[in-house]
Design a protein around this ligand. Sequence first.
Ligand SMILES: *Cc1c(COP(=O)(O)O)cnc(C)c1O
Length: 402
Amino acid sequence: MSMQDYIDGAESALLHTYNRYQIVFDHADGVYMYDIEGKKYLDFYAGIAVFALGHHYKDYDDALKEQIDKIIHTSNYYYNVPAIEAAMKLKKVSGMDRVFYTNSGAEAVEGALKAARKYAFLRDGHTDHEIIAMNHSFHGRTFGALSVTGNAHYREAFEPMIGNIRFADLNDIDSVKAQLSEKTCAIILETIQGEGGIIPAEEGFLKEIRRICDEKDILLILDEIQCGMGRSGYMFAWQEYGVKPDIMTCAKALGCGVPVGAFLMTEKVAAHSLVAGDHGTTYGGNPLACCAINKVLDLYEENHIIEHVNQVAKHLTEVLDDFAARYSFVTCRRGKGLMQGLVFDRPVAGVIGRALEKGLVLINAGTNIIRFIPPLVITDENIDEMAAILEECMKEEASAAR
Ligand SMILES: *Cc1c(COP(=O)(O)O)cnc(C)c1O
């Protein structure tokens, strides 16, 4: 079948919830992907910040194959070795105390919200608690996660949401204070906003949020689903400022391709929130998924992934700053580590489309921002290769605009 046949098949069989690029990917290796016609692409989006180790990291593949031959699923009625080992390692790298495994990012957010409400319920017995979330945030597509997603466009057709959610502006502490009430039980935010446009929470803002939470016994939930797992140059982005959350969500790169998420909490929250019967999942924490987490965390350590991110991020930052300086339609670069955005004064779809034609996979964040979230194993040479292709696309954009 030709590429077009497959695309026609997809458009007749799949629910049309995405306007997909007209490419059918077939296989991948390291930081390169290949479509079914054999065309090669440099991967600068990592399956939306998922493939941190690149495609087909041999030790990772081998570990998964071995696990498939052992046992794939047990349910949470029993213990399994990979889930226990991975939880120990997650505790160590995060400094959090307890882990609940999920199958996706949205599910991790759901669990975090339930834990926060339960914590407040046990404290005062009320059932009208409020949660403060940020405008332009993104936390996922299920009802709880959607309810705290600060983008009316995503929510509108699906109202009513879970209720008692108030929105404030990231990096505007007064806007947060204005939403506080006696009923506030949690504040949720992405440490670095991803879909909303690669906007890091500022140190002063985070610290003040932490202070308010401590003072009023409000739980701080940090969503590290996109910015976590080393992408920011720290294992978790909040570690840069030492502003520890009470609950943290994680997914995307956590399994490096195997669908898995988790929410983690401190002992204080764990001791006063969810208990047996309160929350559950059939698949979550299954041996195959946890084998992936386990191996990912081992490989991060063995291969000094965080150090590597900090090294190559310097080069990526220089390259992107240079683009921002030379092209008048680029407003700025922003981001941290290997989570960067190039902000345009216009839609970026044209540049992204041209890059794809030239064998470079980039994605947007919003309409005006190109998002750079490559595999964390990317090298300086790969960055130069990306820059050469992007340069051509930018020149074409400049002349197309004239
Ligand atoms: C992707 C993402 C989610 C949702 O994760 P899914 O696995 O798609 O449900 C939630 N929060 C953030 C910050 C994300 O980037």
